[in-house]
Design a protein around this ligand. Structure first.
Ligand code: GSH
Length: 208
């Protein structure tokens, strides 16, 4: 697969060291075997060019020649279409729509809570409990297939794995009854693309 690993595309990712949305995009890029440049953005002091590229001044922001994209889902879908192998979304329109709906739910139900936990002023035990209970309740689903609701690794896994990786840093420990989810997390963390996607700040999270 050397030719895939050597794919030279003039892509640049503006990325945050601990940003979970950037992490999702980095996993997709690693799955696709893309060579890209990373600009590590300090969110307290964002570079001038990011302000010019993205009206929201946020990461992830991807530049592919003339094209500038932001919002993790927009970027991930673009990458999947631009680099179709390996595919990370179903082809069938109905399955594709369900996949998008699930991505939306992951973001709305789990990342809303995770974002609060990442913010010291908003992190409370009630939020911790809500996220922990929500994950615990869906744990049995992770037993049915090797990947999230699928026999193949997909965009859904790219979206969930960064959240699971951050649980210790949010102060969440899943109960033993969540074994299927814990096993799934270990499978994701063992995947090459996941290991490749990690920044220094993310590696440190696991040791917290
Ligand atoms: N919905 C956006 C969220 C991205 C986001 O929240 N990024 C944060 C870092 S994790 C950011 O850039 N924040 C900049 C700021 O708050 O000034 C996406 O999916 O890309």
């Amino acid at each position: 697969m050397a030719q895939i690993a050597n794919r030279r595309l003039a892509m640049t990712l503006y990325s945050g060291d601990t940003c979970p949305y950037c992490h999702m995009v980095r996993i997709v890029l690693a799955e696709k075997g893309v060579n890209y440049d990373t600009i590590n953005v300090n969110l307290d002091d964002t570079p001038e060019d990011l302000k010019e590229l993205n009206p929201y001044n946020e990461v992830p922001t991807l530049v592919d020649r003339e094209l500038v994209l932001y919002n993790a889902r927009v970027i991930m879908e673009y990458l999947d279409e631009r680099l179709p192998h390996p595919p990370l979304m179903p082809v069938d329109p109905v399955f594709r729509a369900r996949h998008r709906l699930m991505l939306y739910r992951i973001e709305r139900d789990w990342y809303t809570l995770a974002n609060q936990l990442a913010d010291k002023n908003k992190a409370t035990d009630a939020v911790r409990k809500e996220l922990r209970d929500s994950l615990t309740s869906v744990s049995p689903i992770f037993e049915q297939k090797p990947f999230f609701m699928s026999d193949e690794f997909s965009m859904l896994d790219c979206a969930i794995a960064p959240l699971l990786w951050r649980l210790p840093s949010y102060g969440i420990e899943l109960p033993a009854t969540s074994k299927p989810l814990l096993n799934y997390a270990e499978r994701m963390f063992d995947r090459e693309s996941f290991k490749e996607s990690l920044t220094e700040g993310e590696r440190e999270m696991k040791e917290e």
